[in-house]
Design a protein around this ligand. Sequence first.
Ligand SMILES: [Zn+2]
Length: 465
Amino acid sequence: MVSHGRPLVDHEVGPILSVGRLTNEAGLAERPWAILWFTNEVECLMSRIEISLFLLVWLMAACDGETLGQTDPGDGASLDVIAVDTAVDAHVPTDSNASRDAQSAPDMNSVQDALLDSRSPDSAIGNHPDGCRIGFSGGSAVGVGFPTPNARLQSIGVVRATILFAEFADVTSDRTPEEVFQLLSPGAEAFFTANSYGRMDLILDPHLVWLPLQENAAHYAAGLTSFAGHRAFMDEAVRAADPAFDFSSTDVVVVMAAPNAQDIGYGPTWMGIPEYALVADGRAFTNGVTSGADLLFWGSQWLNHELGHSMGLPDLYSFDGPDGFTRPFSVMDLINSSAPEFLAWERWQLGWLDDDQIICDGLDSEIQLTPIESIGGLKAAMVRSAGARVVVVESRRAIGYDIGLQDTGVVVSLVDGALPTGRGIIEVMHDRIPLTPGQSVVVDGVRVEIVSRTSMTDTVVLTRP
Ligand SMILES: [Zn+2]
């Protein structure tokens, strides 16, 4: 809570509104928060006591519920959802298979062909997906609910990411822009084509020159700890590129810091709102990403994780420790996991699975699931539990980007929309080994039994004991 937090105060985002996060002593994000920031003129009119009382009331209100996203700052502007994913993405390398990349991308011609006959079979089980579709918490820019905030990046159709390259007053890049771009492309494009079953067409548009930013790298590294500082970093790069680059079709801006700028250790996502969008060539962007030196470790999977945030997905690793809640089953947990494909729930959120590929509350009947990595068929059996909790059952196989998965079978997770990002908002409810026939698990009062399997199916029965 707030009492042990260390506020990171932004003084630059605008004359009225400033947004940041509270962090704990370890520098990890505690929860989003917002304060009104007054201009110097107004500040001089208020005593410190008045300001303190005002901030106390504001923070109590912000921390009292889930309504941060609807707070009206009082000047007519709507504070929608606003946060900066900063220290939360300082991933610590923990796996040895860091170099998994585009080599394992599936054949996209066969992917496209299969899309033509990918409709799932009708099920005899009554299906009411709305019953499992939980709402989006207004307190965060990312979450597990429906729909994702309007300010987030679209996940269907053509998505154009402008890639800029930035070096600094004290750091000249030791690589060409082309060499850095190859760390992302074609790995990122192929990953989203495969995970979306061809529904998302990510296009990376690089501006292949090093843009000389004015300050030392450490200045921009410090800026990553606040919404305003992160925005200013990207805005300077956009301004530098604007005379020579046309941003009129840009959906999201990605600023690649020179990888040898060691002061910038990691690359987080910036999630804005229309009032504080980046603007160029008449286009407004509320999503952006900047890279850090750890790019050389993660490769294109770094961008895949961060664009997941841009589209509204939460972190699934733990903010409290080195482990994750869903490992190895999502790129939103461990970036270089052996099975980094998106979970069924994430794909449903992003519109990559249709409602008729989801069985909601299909109790007491055999349900045959097909692997999440393959196109078509039923992909998840779900049961709505109490509150904003949903038990989710899916099938995983060692194919596609999950080729490194040693054990395959059924994965059972619990989605809890009441939890924040990085705190187990989705959690796999067994160890890292998927379940196989004869095994069962009870989650939130729902028993999941694995009945049988074939090379490309898992049959399960869900009951309430
Ligand atoms: Zn993250």
